[in-house]
Ligand binder design. Sequence first.
Ligand code: 6GU
Length: 288
Amino acid sequence: MRVDVLTIFPEYLAPLDLSLVGKARSAGILDVRVHDLRDWTLDRHRTVDDTPFGGGAGMVMRPDVWGRALDEVLGLERVVDASAASVDPVAAPARLLIPTPSGTPLDQRTAEALARESHLVIACGRYEGIDARVAEHYRRVADEHESVSVSEFSLGDYVLNGGEVAALVLIEAVARLLPGVVGNPRSLDEESHGSSGLLEYGVYTKPPTWRGLDVPEVLLSGHHARIERWRRDEALRRTAERRPEILERADPGAFDPHDHDLLSSWGWTTGPGGPRRPGEADQGSSAG
Ligand code: 6GU
């Protein structure tokens, strides 16, 4: 997979040399190129921002600089030049990803979809963000050429100073899903937000007693079926406590009779619409 990152702080992406992502790069599984946006400025001061039309605080990143940079990195100069030609050797479309607190929240399903792509381009804004016409323009290019698609994404409901940390997060979330990056791919199923849809159960290692705290007895029993059930119960308990909305969104068919008993013992109801937390009516059962 090829990933291009555009930023005015290329050094911010230095952690990409480390750990699993660094190994994936050395192994040739992941080709990450970090570019300095200022390389596409034309003035002596290498200006990337200006004051917002309509007034207000802060600065906005100029669309003309972003346009030159993105056309080149997305390979669009070539597409537009070749648009009259009948033979179009265009590769799989690049995905343009724009980190912004006003984007769609990034989740594991999105990371899985991105891991199947061949080329990601991440446009890291700073200040108050990138002129809105940039996303609009490349959405239009996407509609016309199918050589690119555009997604604005957010890490969560808080504000960062720029998109660089979000780019690191996205690259790590995607890179670990590429074949050959994580040693044992089965560990990807059992972790939080994996195929069960639940948060992961707690994990333990030696010593069996530490500062008066014992490892749960069942984990030392060697009884595989009991261990599996205990882990499922723990995953359900954590999810119900910490992220009840995940259980309420889950496929109602994903819960076995033991799950239902457990949820009921915590005051949840488990109708045909799936689990509902205590005090929450089933969807549609009490409209108005
Ligand atoms: Cl993706 N960017 C910025 N600047 N702030 C954020 C974010 C992204 N996600 C949450 N906060």
